[in-house]
Design a protein around this ligand. Structure first.
Ligand code: EPZ
Length: 418
């Protein structure tokens, strides 16, 4: 397993380009399974989770060709509707194949995704929605089996919680159900609108994606399409925090600042200068950030996927910041690792109080989940001395060549085999 070695204390300077969105690419690649024939998806980041998605689609019989950031998915050759545990256990989003296979073939059987480090991650809303569309669902031996012999029928579905995956799952299944479906209390993340744009390019009739009410007129069949994935807003936000925590001056290209309003306003409250000129976002970090409180919320609220990164910034802020995590039940695992850098953090239930210290000191630490590992990289960039981060396979799930991009901004960071 590789590890990262960082010698901290350098201000990041220069330009960096954001890759395509992991969390848009995953459902879009899976949605390709809805249509016989080959779709060509571009701006797909080269990440472990994307490789897992390609393997999952191949295990179903699809034919995949990958070249750089392009993935050609021929779902015409799909010949099974079962997704096994060994693939689903490595990436929870794999469960999203259940609905498309069911909608297209009338049956599917997918291993139940386990929980993960940050929480139980149930899929009750996914299954409730599929049942509303007419599926018979049975759970046994760790698998969920869905059957709809006469195909799916449109329905009105009201989500009990705002769920990104649940909204994406039902949008894909309803796209080829008979009649109209309405998804109420739908999640509004930009990745959902990106998926809807691709589905509509395939011939679906979806309106309102990105709002809390999505109206879908089912069509009999979809056809493959070419599509370019949106930029990764969480990678972009991570680079904004990297510029902020090092007091640097960084231009981030290829991002959409409007996807990160909540983060932008909080960074500005902390004293970070942010300007946007034709989608080139310039971020200038202050000598020392001011402490700011955050509460994670569904979009357009403060993204839970940016909570750990923002906490790293607050570790060196002037004053005390209260960070409350309202989406996942166990997303403070980075706290104990940040304390190894000398951070002063106390956790009470779902809220962490961070008393800023003048300087962090580099230390050997261990990554626990994707965004926690990004947070440790940020802390290492700001800390005095050397930081060694182990288990960075977590990082490779969601960041394309992060050490190359950060080195390009002047960071002293390298990947070494453990
Ligand atoms: C997506 O996960 C993202 N993953 C996550 O990003 C992100 O943190 C999350 O949305 C929230 O924004 C992908 O898009 C691949 P949810 P998802 O369903 O869809 C509860 C990263 O770091 N819930 O919106 O699994 C659930 O327990 C990852 O890139 C139910 O109770 O998240 C959680 O508390 C981490 N029942 C809340 O809703 C359900 O049926 C939000 O979950 C579904 C969800």
């Amino acid at each position: 397993m590789d590890k990262l070695i960082i010698n901290g204390g350098r201000k990041l300077k220069g330009e960096v380009t954001v890759s395509g969105s992991k969390n848009a690419s995953l459902p879009i690649c899976i949605a390709a399974a809805l249509a016989p024939g080959a779709s060509t998806i571009t701006n797909v980041p080269r990440l472990r989770d994307i490789t897992t998605t390609a393997k999952l689609l191949e295990s179903l019989g699809a034919t995949i060709e990958r070249h750089e950031n392009t993935m050609r998915i021929d779902a015409g050759t799909i010949n099974t509707v079962e997704a096994t545990y060994d693939l689903v256990k490595t990436m929870r989003a794999s469960v999203l194949v259940l609905g498309p296979l069911l909608a297209r073939f009338g049956r599917s059987r997918v291993s139940l995704p386990g929980g993960c480090a940050i929480g139980a991650r149930p899929i009750d809303q996914h299954l409730k929605g599929l049942k509303a569309l007419g599926a018979e669902i049975t759970l046994e031996h760790g698998y969920v089996e869905a059957i709809a012999k006469k195909g799916l029928k449109g329905a009105r579905i009201n989500f009990d919680v705002s769920t990104v995956g649940g909204t994406e799952h039902l949008m894909m299944a309803a796209a080829i159900a008979k009649g109209e479906s309405i998804l109420e209390n739908a999640a509004r993340e930009p990745e959902i609108a990106d998926l809807a744009d691709y589905l509509n390019r395939m011939g679906a009739k979806i309106e309102g994606a990105g709002t809390d009410t999505i109206r879908i007129q089912g069509v009999s069949e979809l056809t493959p399409a070419a599509y370019e994935v949106m930029p990764d807003r969480i990678e972009a936000g991570t680079f904004m925090c990297a510029a902020a925590i090092t007091g640097g001056d960084v231009k981030i290209k290829g991002m959409k600042l409007e996807h990160l309003d909540a983060l932008t306003f909080k960074l500005m409250d902390a004293g970070v200068e942010i300007t946007n000129r034709n989608d080139v976002v310039r971020v200038k970090g202050p000598r020392r950030p001011q402490a700011v409180n955050i509460k994670t919320r569904p979009y357009p609220g403060f993204a839970t996927d940016m909570q750990a990164q923002f906490m790293a910034l607050m570790c060196v802020a002037e004053g005390a910041s209260v960070i409350s995590e309202n989406i996942f039940e166990n997303r403070f695992m980075h706290v104990s690792e940040l304390q190894r850098f000398g951070a002063d953090i106390t956790v009470e239930g779902n809220s962490a109080t961070v008393k800023g210290v003048k300087k962090l000191s580099g230390a050997p630490v261990m990554a626990t989940d994707l965004r926690a590992s990004a947070c440790l990289v940020l802390a290492g960039l700001a800390a005095e001395g050397t930081t060694e981060i182990q288990r960075i396979y977590h990082l490779d799930r969601g960041y394309e060549q992060i050490e190359t991009k950060l080195a390009g901004l002047g960071a002293d960071i390298k990947r070494v085999p453990e």
